[in-house]
Design a protein around this ligand. Structure first.
Ligand SMILES: O=C(O)CCC(=O)C(=O)O
Length: 286
């Protein structure tokens, strides 16, 4: 559970780091399952619907950048979406009725892993209100050197910066990020979680350390935050419920929105989408 100070810090700054949410055994289990997926990825040479590969990926030295929708790939990831410690914290921030609108496992190989350019998740998935956050489960110690999450405190209260380039969605901010010099790293031990608000500007640099960086991201929304882009059916909405009650009455917030259309030139993952950026901020592996 969070203290009053932690809750206030989140609302004021748009992010929070919480140590010790998962036990050492829970982290070890996640690491084991993830190691198995990295081994499996050695058998592919192109991105698939499950694996997103680093540019230097080879069968001899597999470099898996993202496991897509891990909750659909293994019971252990699904179990942790419902982790009681995580859900208790999320409920303190966005209420008891909770949906999930996505999940991913982003990995940065030692001395290699790709950066993620500045962006606001809200630009990818605008909703009727912004009681939406992403929880990052640290599967390794997270330091600046291995590419931990960087956030700009208070940016969730600011404008939505443009994520378009040459008229198409580009998956990253394409104007100047004025406050980038105020960015702070969310450094955590394995088992800790980061939380960032859906409008918080965030990014992460390349991994320049000898250690891996594996961050399991679960997106949680208040049940009354409905996707502006819509649902194919009532069942599709219901399938996103994690706990509490669904609702057919979306809560509306007067918030700035830019629809992520026309579609990005390249899809598949945020990394692929961002490869078309004319002015990337972070250095990439050669
Ligand atoms: O893995 C990271 O460092 C950040 C990932 C992220 O923000 C995203 O995938 O949307």
């Amino acid at each position: 559970m969070l203290t009053r100070e932690q809750i206030d810090f989140y609302h004021e700054n748009g992010y929070l780091g919480v140590e010790g949410v998962l036990s050492a055994d829970e982290v070890a289990e996640l690491q084991q399952v993830t190691d198995d997926f990295v081994q499996l990825s050695a058998s592919v040479t192109e991105h698939t619907s499950v694996f997103d590969l680093e540019p230097g990926h080879t069968p001899e030295s597999p470099k898996l950048r993202r496991l897509k929708e891990p909750v659909d790939q293994h019971e252990v990831y699904k179990k942790n979406l419902h982790h009681p410690g995580i859900l208790a914290i999320v409920a303190q921030l966005i209420g008891q009725d909770i949906r999930s609108n996505g999940n991913k496992l982003n990995m940065k190989s030692p001395e290699y892993g790709s950066p993620v350019e500045w962006h606001q998740d809200w630009a990818f998935y605008p909703h009727t209100n912004d009681d939406i956050l992403a929880v990052g489960v640290s599967m390794d110690d997270m330091k600046y050197e291995n590419g931990c999450l960087l956030v700009i405190p208070g940016s969730h209260k600011g404008p939505i910066l443009t994520h378009h380039q040459n008229g198409r969605f580009a998956g990253a901010v394409t104007e100047d990020v004025a406050d980038a010099d105020k960015a702070v790293p969310i450094e955590l031990k394995a088992g800790g979680i980061s939380i960032h608000h859906v409008r918080t500007l965030h990014a992460s640099a390349r991994n320049v350390s000898p250690n891996p960086r594996r961050l399991l991201l679960y997106q949680y929304c208040a049940a009354d935050a409905w996707s502006i882009m819509g649902y194919g059916s009532w069942q599709e909405y219901l399938d996103t419920m994690v706990c509490g009650e669904p609702t057919k009455r979306p809560r509306m917030l007067d918030a700035p929105i830019e629809i992520p259309l026309p579609e990005a030139e390249r899809g598949g993952s945020i990394y692929e989408t961002q490869t078309i950026l004319e002015n990337p901020v972070f250095a990439r592996a050669a």
